[in-house]
Ligand binder design. Structure first.
Ligand SMILES: [Zn+2]
Length: 169
C-alpha cells in the first residue's frame, strides 16, 4: 500500500492508501466528490505520524465515500493505527474516563471517574472564586441580582458539603 495525498473538488485534502500508483483515486471522505492525487508528496506506509484523531473519523455514510471500499478500508486502517498508537502513547487519546459531573462548578472542569472528589471540588470552587474576583465591578453588579449567578453559589455551598463528606473517607 502507498499513501498519497488527495484533494477533492471541494478542496478538501485527505490521505488515502492505495494498492499502487495506477489505482484510481478514492472519493473524498468528507464530501464524497471525486479527488485527484496531489503529486508533490508521496510516502510509503509506516511513516511516523500521529495520523488522524478519532474526531477526524467520518461520522456519516457519505463521509465514508458512500461505502467506497477504499475509503472504508482507509479509515479502518487509520483508526487501527491510531488505536495501536494510543496504546503506546495514552496521552494522545485524551482523558476518556467517564464524566460524572459537568454542571455548576464543574462546568469548566468536569469531574471524572477516579478523580479525588475533595480536591476536585476544592479546585473548582477556587477557580470559581477567582473568576468572580476577576470580573469587572460593573459585571458583578449586573450579574449580582440575576438567577444565573445565584445558581453557581448555591451549587458551591452544596458541593463543599460533598467535600466534607469526601474527607471523611
Ligand atoms: Zn471533499
Amino acid at each position: 500500500m502507498i499513501l498519497y495525498d488527495y484533494r477533492c473538488e471541494g478542496d478538501h485534502r485527505f490521505e488515502a492508501a492505495v494498492a499502487s500508483m495506477s489505482s484510481p483515486a478514492p472519493d473524498c471522505p468528507d464530501c464524497g466528490s471525486s479527488a485527484r492525487r496531489v503529486l508533490t508528496t508521496v510516502r510509503t506506509s509506516g511513516f511516523a505520524s500521529a495520523g488522524h484523531s478519532r474526531e477526524d473519523m467520518p461520522k456519516s455514510w457519505k463521509g465514508m465515500g458512500n461505502g467506497n471500499r477504499d475509503a472504508v478500508d482507509y479509515w479502518r486502517r487509520s483508526m487501527e493505527k491510531r488505536e495501536r498508537l494510543e496504546e503506546r502513547h495514552p496521552e494522545l487519546g485524551g482523558d476518556r474516563r467517564p464524566i460524572l459531573a459537568h454542571e455548576g462548578i464543574f462546568r469548566d472542569r468536569p469531574l471524572r471517574a477516579g478523580d479525588d472528589i475533595g480536591a476536585s471540588v476544592q479546585a473548582a470552587v477556587t477557580a470559581e472564586k477567582a473568576k468572580e474576583a476577576a470580573k469587572p465591578a460593573t459585571a458583578t453588579l449586573a450579574g449580582g441580582g440575576g438567577p444565573p449567578s445565584s445558581g453557581p453559589s448555591v451549587t458551591a455551598t452544596g458541593s463543599s458539603t460533598t467535600a466534607g463528606g469526601a474527607a471523611k473517607r
